[in-house]
Design a protein around this ligand. Structure first.
Ligand code: CA
Length: 231
C-alpha cells in the first residue's frame, strides 16, 4: 500500500507542484486548502505524513499541529513563508518534526519527507523489538521504550525531539556532539543543518533539567555539547 501525504496549504499552485513531485516518488497525495478541512481529513483518513503551512484560512497551522499531536505522532513538517515566523514556531514546541522556510526546492522537501518517514518507521520498528532497559547517567534515567526521562523518580516531561536529543547524549556520556551532528542524528538527514533549532531544543532540555537541579548538559565552546555528570 502506498503512503499518503496530506498537504495542507492554501497556495494552490505550490500545493499542486509539491503534490506532483511526491506522486512521481510513488506517494499518494491529498491536498486541503484550509486548516479546518485538513484537520478533519486527518482525523478521518489514514495519513503517513503531513506537510503543514502556518498561515492558513479557517484554522492556522499551529493549531492544526497541536490538534494532530493530541491524537497522533505521525511526522509533521511545518512550512512557512517567513524565517522569523518559523523561529517563533520552533520555540513554541508544538511538536512538529521538521521546519521548512519558503522558498524551498521541491526536491529538498521530498528528501525531507522521505527522511521523516524513514525515521518514523525506524522508531516504530524499534518499539516492536524486545524492550530496552533504562539508560542511567548519574541521577538521570531514560526509558527509550516509553520516551520517558527522569531525574531520580521525577518525570521531565520531554517532547519527542527533546527526548531523542537527550537519549543521544545519555548513550554517549562525555562525548561532544556538534550542532550538525545532533541535527543529523535526531532529525535524520544530512546537509541542511538548522543550528538555530538545535540551540532552541538544547536550551529547553537544559531548562527542564535545571528545574530538577541537574546541570549535566555542558557547552564546549566552538565544538558543541556533551553530557557530563558533575564532580
Ligand atoms: Ca499560507
Amino acid at each position: 500500500m502506498s503512503q499518503k501525504i496530506l498537504i495542507i496549504e492554501d497556495e494552490k499552485e505550490l500545493a499542486d507542484i509539491l503534490g506532483e513531485y511526491l506522486k512521481v516518488e510513488g506517494f499518494e497525495v491529498k491536498i486541503c486548502n484550509d486548516g479546518k478541512t485538513g484537520l478533519e481529513y486527518f482525523k478521518k483518513e489514514q495519513t503517513s505524513l503531513v506537510l503543514l503551512d502556518i498561515m492558513l484560512p479557517l484554522m492556522d497551522g499551529i493549531t492544526v499541529c497541536r490538534e494532530i499531536r493530541s491524537v497522533s505522532d505521525v511526522p509533521v513538517i511545518m512550512v512557512s513563508a517567513k524565517s522569523g515566523e518559523m523561529d517563533k514556531v520552533v520555540s513554541l514546541g508544538i511538536g512538529a518534526d521538521d521546519y521548512v522556510t519558503k522558498p524551498f526546492s521541491p526536491l529538498e522537501l521530498v528528501a525531507r519527507v522521505k527522511a521523516q518517514l524513514r525515521r518514523y518507521q525506524g522508531t516504530a520498528k524499534k518499539e516492536k523489538d524486545t524492550s530496552m532497559d533504562r539508560i542511567c547517567v548519574g541521577v538521570l534515567s531514560l526509558v527509550p521504550d516509553s520516551y520517558e526521562a527522569y531525574i531520580e523518580e521525577n518525570s521531565l516531561n520531554l517532547t519527542t525531539k527533546e527526548f531523542e536529543i537527550l537519549l543521544l547524549f545519555a548513550k554517549n556520556p562525555g562525548q561532544v556532539f556538534s550542532k550538525s551532528q545532533i541535527y543529523e542524528q535526531v532529525w535524520g538527514y544530512q546537509g541542511v543543518c538548522d543550528d538555530n533549532s538545535v540551540t532552541v531544543y538544547i536550551n529547553r532540555i537544559r531548562e527542564k533539567l535545571k528545574n530538577r537541579g541537574c546541570n549535566y548538559i555542558k557547552t564546549i565552546w566552538g565544538a558543541g555539547y556533551k553530557l557530563a555528570v558533575e564532580a
